[in-house]
Design a protein. Sequence first.
Lengths: 172, 362
Amino acid sequence: MIMPRGQQLLLPVNPLFIVVSLLAALALNMLPLGRQAWQPDLLMVLLAFWALNQPQRVGMGVAFLLGLCMDVDRSSLLGQHALAYALLVFAAGAMGRRLSWFSTPVQALHLLPLFAVVHGLQVLLRMVAGGIVPGPLVVVAPLIEALLWPLVSGLLLAPQRRPPDSDENRPL
Amino acid sequence: MNPNTLDHSAPSLFKRRPSRVSQLALYSALALFLMVADARFRITDPVRVAVATVLYPVQWVMLKPVQAVHDASRYLGSLDDAQAREQAARKELVAMAQRASLADELIQENDHLRELLQLRDRLTTPGTAAEVVYDSPDLYTRRVVIDRGQVDGIDQGSPVLDEKGVVGQVTRVYPLRAEVTLLIDRDQAIPVFNPRTGARSVAYGDPSPLRTGGIELRFMPSNADVQEGDLLTTSGVDGLYPPGLPVAKVVSVERRADSAFSRIYCEPVGRVQGVRHVVVLKPLDRATHPEAEGAAEPLRAGKGKEKDKAKDGKGKEASKDGKGKEASKDGKAGKTDAPATPAAPAAPAAPAAPASARKEPA
């Protein structure tokens, strides 16, 4: 197995953890905060994370279904988030092999344009469908998502970073 | 699989997925199909309602912390603020009381006069009080979500008012929630009437990105009699909005040399932004003829159709105003006549006839 020098070997992921984390992100996205153009899409960050780390388990189908839920909740065009998330998972899967060689801040730098493109796609779709311009703050959302990446990545990998057999010196 | 994990399982022999590119193509096509079906044909509403029903408990739970923070911030708000608001409310109440007593008198008088003229009684449309739960987070439209839905008898297309005037229209109904498109949404149109001149027209949400929060009176000829400060009310020709509800005030009139139409910007009278308590009225045609075709075809109140209706209502109005009262007296008044007969609100009833003569050709 080839991996970067000095990197920890991770435990297998618990599939239930993936499901719970994605549902929690969906619920957090559904917080009714009103029209906030800068509001980061947490579900997008998590989907990108799982698509990078567990491409066998989180595919475009899951992303599509979660996107439909978002569409209904936000009462946006049905299929808008679904298409965006499917594209995100596809692109993240394509980047996966390369990105696993970098540290999380560098990964965030790689992902920033991806998040921006996915947000841009949504704006484009809604402009074509005849919506109003969402305002300049919409460019802040991908930035916040990229900033969230190291945090999310650290949190979600924590369960896999435990030692295989815990003892008194290493309880976690 | 991430190469850095201990995760290992033998690859399956038969379970092969389609390639990633073909998956992406499939899902993109599906999403595009859904978007077109949703935007153009509106045939995906059952899917939406089903998913919304499943998501409702989560929405309800997520609403609680937001409401708690909101309530807490209001609770901690300054005393001065509360006192000032109470003062304002009191002043308004006094003014309202004056008007209310006057209105009582006028209603009585109007009833007498209507009896004398043997006109049909004015409609009273039943209303449901509702609370705005949150602004719709969709950035590309202007909608709010209210806490009443199908269960409470909210119909699609119902007018929504606050204490000052019309705020919008119910455009999507879920079992326990409903979505109200505000007047300032770009796709929202409302037929209006200018009580000062008697002219009817249609107001649209302002689409320009720079001026949000306004509505625009479109297709008014540059010589039309519209002044700044004119109050626009609902005209009632659409068969949805009861006539005479305040809609907007004209803010600016720009007459342009390069166009046959002038640009008329208005500001909604109702508190469109930050509204909390609203009343949802039954659409007029369903209030009068609950079993008529309106009930058979619940999607009638769609935006496109509303415009058409406003237009043909206008045409019929012109022909009707002539024979006017006889038509409604002998009770043969057809479906479009029904809302149009009480259309002339109490006050502008008198100038209605000369108004139609002065009215611009539609």
